[in-house]
Design a protein. Structure first.
Length: 201
C-alpha cells in the first residue's frame, strides 16, 4: 500500500490521479550506488504517476550525505539513464531537495517511507515544505526492509574478509564478485518482472 500525502502531510490511499490530460512531472532523488531492488520499487511507483526525472546525487553530495561513492557520477548516470521510464537525469548537488524542486516544480516527489523517521526526517520535512509552495504531492511507497546499498557493500566486504587465513587478498575478490553476480541475477529477474527496466545484453 502506498503512503501518499499532500505536502501538508495529509495522507491518502491509492495512486493519485492527474487532472485531465496534463502531464505531471515526477521527481525521484537517488544515489544509485549501487542500484538495487529497493530503487526498483520506488521507480516503479514513480513511473505509474508520469514521466520521471531522477535527481542523481553528485559525488560531493553523496560524500556529504552518507559516504563517498563507489562509482563516480558519470558512471551512475549512465546506469540510471538506461532505465525505461526515466525521462531525464539531472544532478542533485546537495542532499537538500529544494534547489531542484524549485527549478523543476514537479507534481510528485517519490521516496520510500523510511525517511519518515530517523536522520532523514528533516530532509523530508524540508522537501514537503517546498512542495507546499505549488501544492505538490509526496508519494511514499513502503521501504523494502533489508535491502540497501550500504548493506550490499557490507556483505561484499564481509565476503572478502571471511576468506580462509593464508589466502592472498587478491584471491579473496572472487567471493565478493560471486556475491555481486548473485545480486545482478536478482536485478535481471527484477527487470523481467518490471518492464520499465531495460535489460542490457
Amino acid at each position: 500500500m502506498f503512503r501518499l500525502g499532500r505536502a501538508s502531510h495529509r495522507e491518502n490511499n491509492g495512486i493519485p490521479v492527474g487532472d485531465g490530460n496534463k502531464v505531471k512531472r515526477v521527481y525521484v532523488a537517488l544515489c544509485a550506488d549501487p542500484l538495487h531492488a529497493g530503487h526498483v520499487g520506488v521507480l516503479e511507483a514513480a513511473c505509474r504517476l508520469g514521466p520521471v526525472t531522477v535527481g542523481l546525487l553528485t559525488d560531493e553530495a553523496m560524500a556529504a550525505y552518507k559516504r563517498p561513492p563507489l562509482m563516480p557520477y558519470a558512471d551512475r548516470k549512465r546506469v540510471v539513464e538506461r532505465l525505461r521510464g526515466v525521462e531525464e537525469v539531472v544532478p542533485q548537488d546537495t542532499p537538500e531537495y529544494a534547489p531542484n524542486l524549485r527549478r523543476l516544480r514537479p507534481a510528485f516527489v517519490v521516496h520510500a517511507d523510511d525517511w519518515r523517521a530517523g536522520p532523514m526526517r528533516l530532509l523530508r520535512e524540508r522537501a514537503a515544505a517546498v512542495l507546499r509552495e505549488w501544492g505538490g504531492t509526496l508519494v511514499e511507497p513502503p521501504y523494502l526492509a533489508g535491502v540497501s546499498s550500504t548493506m550490499l557493500i557490507r556483505k561484499a566486504a564481509a565476503s572478502v574478509a571471511s576468506a580462509p587465513d593464508g589466502v592472498p587478498a587478491g584471491d579473496r575478490l572472487p567471493s565478493a564478485y560471486r556475491l555481486l553476480d548473485r545480486f545482478l541475477a536478482l536485478a535481471d529477474g527484477a527487470a523481467r518482472t518490471h518492464p520499465f527496466l531495460v535489460v542490457v545484453t
